[in-house]
Design a protein around this ligand. Structure first.
Ligand SMILES: *Cc1c(COP(=O)(O)O)cnc(C)c1O
Length: 223
């Protein structure tokens, strides 16, 4: 096994106060999660519903699970009973389904809206205009079982750190705009989820409140 303990503490020691680590454990066995858990880590992120379900069932109940991947609407019902946050909401349709399933469970589910800024066309997420449109529509205000807690984004997968920085900055500006226009009176809207293994150090200097780091802690994934 990778030296999970050492790697975890390395990453944690890099994070300024107020920035949380979501340890991304997708494709890694439960034993890796247990190693991080033994060091006090309680917040983990997964991107596939079935894998998350199996780990949720096998591992301690006080783990906080974030769903970080692209979520199909027909999968929401499986994670709604226990998921702590759904990070990558990229459509009103998905938001409606989360509202419906959270209501059935008698829960309020915290979500982030996923912003698409990166150049890659393959990535999911709302463009800045689609994000504004969704929030302007106002339907989300009637959703009593969904709490929009901020934005999530992935920067372009490039070596050019100035481009990455630019994208984080743009995301931060959009966060500020959303805060001002739609969430000025909501303390809930406070999370900026950006930064992965290769760019989390840049992310924390550009206002991230939550980094999602996998490879640096658990090693390369075997797909
Ligand atoms: C896999 C994944 C990560 C973690 O990536 P690493 O490069 O392993 O740190 C972060 N965010 C999302 C959305 C992911 O899918």
């Amino acid at each position: 096994m990778y030296d999970v303990k050492n790697n975890l503490h390395q990453v944690l020691s890099d994070l300024p106060q107020g920035v949380r680590l979501v340890a991304i454990s997708k494709y890694h066995p439960a034993s890796y999660i247990e190693a991080a858990y033994a060091e006090g880590q309680r917040l983990f992120g997964e991107s596939h519903e079935q894998e998350l379900r199996q780990k949720h069932e096998a591992l301690p109940r006080d783990i906080e699970w974030h769903f970080i991947g692209h979520l199909q609407t027909n999968k929401v019902k499986y994670i709604a009973p226990y998921v702590s946050m759904i990070e990558a909401v990229d459509s009103l349709r998905l938001l409606r389904e989360i509202e419906k399933q959270a209501a059935r469970c008698g829960r309020v589910i915290r979500v982030l809206l996923e912003l698409h800024i990166a150049e890659e066309e393959t990535k999911y997420g709302l463009t800045p205009d689609a994000l504004r449109q969704l929030l302007d529509g106002g339907e989300w205000r009637q959703m009593e079982h969904v709490r929009i807690c901020g934005l999530m984004m992935m920067a372009s997968n490039v070596d050019d750190s100035s481009q990455i920085r630019r994208e984080f900055r743009q995301a931060h500006q959009l966060f500020d705009e959303c805060k001002q226009r739609w969430f000025a009176d909501s303390d809930d809207f406070c999370e900026r989820s950006w930064g992965m293994s290769h760019d989390y150090r840049i992310a924390v200097t550009e206002g991230s409140t939550m980094v999602r780091v996998g490879t640096l802690i658990f090693g390369p994934r075997v797909y």
